[in-house]
Design a binder for this molecule. Structure first.
Ligand code: FAS
Ligand code: PHB
Length: 393
């Protein structure tokens, strides 16, 4: 006999999307249960995003989880683009009046978990066979197992915050779901190293050999990436080979300040652009990576997930207050922003990477676009206003 549970919102996924949603709803007195197929330690151990838009910082402050962010985060007023060693600074502050915050997703997740545990949130970790059901009924259910025990959650709504490989998107019937995808012919190899960053601001570099990104987690911990083959294997990348490749692609000017050392995290991520429509089916809502993926070039993945949650939490809170306007428009409002962010992430990825299929003509066009951005305040401003984050509708 399955164990029976009831709640208002069943959240599938305890990544940033699911955790932030449960925090914002709890603040409004709305009850949630959060499921994850992993446990807190595993989820906190994933190394992912590093740059927060101002809107994300505001959402985390509203959620009451921004104290450490304000104490340890690094405000950045600009970043650089480089092409074959020629550097151009995008002055975010001068061009938009706004800046971004460098603060790892790992830390955001820890801050959210701390708040949810302090609030006595009901979690089920290490779950299996999660199955959303009765999505068109007014009492949808989520069946799952944990340690061999059967469970059933009956709720008002299900929030699919279970990422790209989750089950929520697949619960939408194939004749309803539309997906759009661009898979890039390369991946990103990322490392963490306890050495001061090569530059005090982020530096995105396009070199004839490939892309490189110099980022950071603090003034003593750097996060670096290089473009690698799509199916590449970590075993092919010794630290020595990484440092030689990274220094070449940054160019001699930037690399002159490079402090190398042993990496303590090394991983390869594939790059894709992906969107699933609609982001609602019956009483199931999709948010974050469950609904969309962007190449990390524009530093948008986490920020787009937070934007979805700001829209979804507002819609659900207003629903329980008797106003269904935003719940009815959630999918379209969220997708309007998703596609603009997909465009920017695709544009910056197309500009900053070496594509194997590019002809000499396309390579010249890439350089011409960089030179245009470097020489035009209007062009630099379009990059800047997308990087700091578009306004929420
Ligand atoms: P998440 O994937 O973070 O969380 C989904 C959660 O659902 C996970 O905890 C998972 O265990 C759980 N789950 C999955 N299936 C389930 C099931 N069947 N039942 C229960 N739970 C289930 N973004 C950036 O902005 N910059 C970056 O540099 C960057 N680098 C990235 C590198 C990698 C390797 C990946 C995969 C993503 C990266 N991203 C980056 C994007 C990333 O930050 C996401 O946008 C962000 O994690 C989205 O958060 P969620 O929507 O919560 O999804
Ligand atoms: C990171 O610090 O992990 C990071 C920063 C900017 C990006 C992608 C990743 O565009």
């Amino acid at each position: 006999m399955p164990q029976l549970h009831k709640t208002q919102i069943c959240i599938i996924g305890a990544g940033p999307s699911g955790l932030l949603l449960s925090q914002l709803l709890a603040q409004a007195g709305i009850d949630t249960i959060v499921l994850d197929r992993k446990d807190r330690t595993y989820i906190e151990g994933r190394i992912r995003a590093g740059v927060l838009e101002q809107g994300t910082v505001e959402a985390l402050k509203q959620a009451g989880v921004a104290d450490r962010l304000h104490a340890q985060g690094l405000p950045h007023d600009g970043f650089e683009l480089a092409f074959d060693g020629v550097r151009h600074r995008i002055d975010l502050k001068a061009l938009t009046g706004r800046s971004v915050m460098v603060y790892g997703q790992t830390e955001v997740t820890k801050d959210l978990f701390d708040a949810r545990f302090a609030d006595g949130q009901t979690f089920f970790f290490n779950v299996d066979h999660v199955t959303p059901n009765d999505l068109k009924s007014d009492r949808p259910k989520v069946h799952f197992t944990q340690g061999g025990e059967q469970h059933v959650i009956t709720c008002d709504y299900i929030a699919g915050c279970d990422g790209f490989h989750g089950v929520s998107r697949a619960a939408i019937p194939q004749n309803v779901l539309k997906t759009f995808e661009r898979v890039y012919p390369f991946g990103w190899l990322g490392i963490l190293v306890d050495k001061p960053p090569v530059s005090h601001e982020l530096l995105y570099a396009n070199h004839a050999e490939g892309f490189a990104l110099a980022s950071m987690r603090s003034e003593t911990r750097s996060r670096y990436y290089i473009q690698c083959d799509r199916g590449d294997d970590i075993a092919n990348w010794s630290d020595r080979r990484f440092w030689e490749t990274f220094a070449t692609r940054l160019g001699p000017d930037a690399a002159a300040n490079l402090q190398t050392g042993p990496s303590f995290e090394k991983s390869i991520a594939p790059l894709r652009s992906f969107v699933a429509e609609p982001m609602r089916y019956g009483n199931l809502f999709l948010a974050g990576d469950a609904a969309h993926i962007v190449p990390p070039t524009g530093a948008k993945g986490l920020n787009l997930a937070v934007a979805d949650i700001r829209l979804l939490s507002r819609a659900l809170i207003e629903h329980y207050a008797g106003n269904d306007h935003h719940i009815d428009s959630y999918s379209q409002t969220a997708l309007n922003r998703v596609w603009k962010v997909e465009r920017f992430s695709w544009q910056l990825s197309t500009l900053m990477h070496q594509f194997p299929e590019n002809s000499p003509f396309e390579k010249r066009i890439q350089r011409a676009e960089f030179d245009y951005i470097a020489g035009s305040e209007a062009a630099s401003k379009t990059i800047a206003e997308n990087y700091v984050g578009l306004p929420l509708e």
